[in-house]
Design a protein around this ligand. Structure first.
Ligand SMILES: C[S@@+](CC[C@H](N)C(=O)[O-])C[C@H]1O[C@@H](n2cnc3c(N)ncnc32)[C@H](O)[C@@H]1O
Length: 329
């Protein structure tokens, strides 16, 4: 069971607070990179070196890495969202001779890196989860605050949408997904309500949100967080298979690091962070000692950053450095 702190963290990770703020400021589509200064400090991008950004997003981090590693540092940027790659091509065009972008899932990191000539690198970054534009664009279907098609796929070129996922999944499995990935205490009631009405497909975010609202007790509808938050988070994690293969991918990332190279990972919810923490612990344990953990406790945003960018409140950064000795992991 997650402790209270973790649960609070989950709510923030879905960013309901920050949506209001960004909407007020008219910045719905802006993604402010979280813990950017801290990542740059630990990564210390320098000229002539090679870096991989496994979650390119809006290219904010990639841009800074390229700036600091000018004139000849190189970057491989990966994202499973085609919009992120298109945006990267524009934002990073001044450094296009030093950048390679790939529309792919980072689970294929090792093959992508080898093919791109990045099999020995100085730094790798993962800034996990969803970007602000993904959350804010109604047509992406992540948000219960904006009506849109119930999609939720980061990679809209493959896989099943949330609507398709809900059409087929057995009630018990659905309840487990909602409980496990959302820690929703009314997971069974919500799963039953969805199954009861799904003869007609549930095609929009507002329809799903209405079903959830009707399934939960009245006081819960007016709680501190929106009653759809946890279910939407759970579905998003399931649809994108966000936790699948993460541990293996982090090991692959470590295997690409030169001795002294660093891996920085930012997680936004406890399930993800737990995988990062355990993987780093295993890789730094005796007798293997493949990496050294550079921070015992995760780095979190300063109060200033948390105030300026509420989405950052749930972020945790962990860093490891590759040690000499083992060639193969
Ligand atoms: C939090 S955003 C990254 C923001 C970025 N650091 C920036 O500065 O703008 C996370 C990005 O990771 C991408 N992503 C999440 N899971 C992925 C996966 N398995 N493979 C590739 N990209 C992924 C998402 O599509 C999203 O664009």
């Amino acid at each position: 069971m997650w402790d209270r702190k973790y649960r609070e963290w989950e709510y923030d990770a879905y960013g309901t607070g920050s949506w209001h703020v960004t909407e007020e400021k008219g910045l719905e589509n802006e993604h402010v990179p979280v813990l950017l200064n801290e990542v740059l400090e630990w990564l210390n991008p320098s000229h002539g070196k090679k870096y991989i950004d496994c979650t390119l997003g809006m290219s904010g981090m990639a841009q800074q890495i390229l700036l600091r590693s000018a004139p000849d540092g190189q970057l491989l940027g990966i994202d499973q969202d085609l919009q992120a790659i298109d945006r990267g091509e524009q934002v990073l065009k001044d450094s296009c001779d030093r950048v390679q972008l790939r529309h792919a899932n980072y689970r294929a990191l090792k093959e992508l890196a080898t093919e791109a000539g990045f099999s020995q690198v100085d730094g790798v970054v993962f800034d996990l989860g969803v970007s602000t534009p993904q959350l804010m664009q109604a047509e992406r279907g992540f948000s219960f605050m904006k009506d849109g098609p119930l999609d939720m796929r980061m990679d809209q070129s493959s896989g099943q949408t949330a609507a398709e996922f809900l059409e087929r999944i057995p009630e018990k499995d659905l309840a487990n997904v909602i409980f496990e990935y959302g820690e929703e205490r009314y997971s069974r009631r919500i799963a039953r309500a969805i199954v009861n009405v799904r003869r007609e497909p549930i095609l929009t975010t507002s329809h799903l949100s209405d079903i959830i609202r009707q399934a939960v007790p009245a006081p819960y509808r007016h709680g501190r967080i929106h009653c759809s938050t946890r279910t939407f988070q759970a579905l998003r994690i399931a649809v994108n298979r966000e936790l699948e293969g993460l541990a293996e991918t982090l090991q692959d990332a470590v295997s690409l690091l030169k001795v002294g190279g660093r891996l920085c990972v930012i997680a936004f919810h406890s399930l993800e962070d737990r995988i990062v923490k355990q993987t780093f612990r295993t890789l730094s344990a005796k007798p293997d000692l493949i990496v050294s953990r550079l921070v015992k406790k995760p780095v979190i945003p300063t109060l200033d950053e948390q105030r300026g960018n509420p989405r950052s409140r749930s972020a945790k950064l962990r860093i490891v450095e590759r040690l000499p000795g083992r060639d193969e992991i």
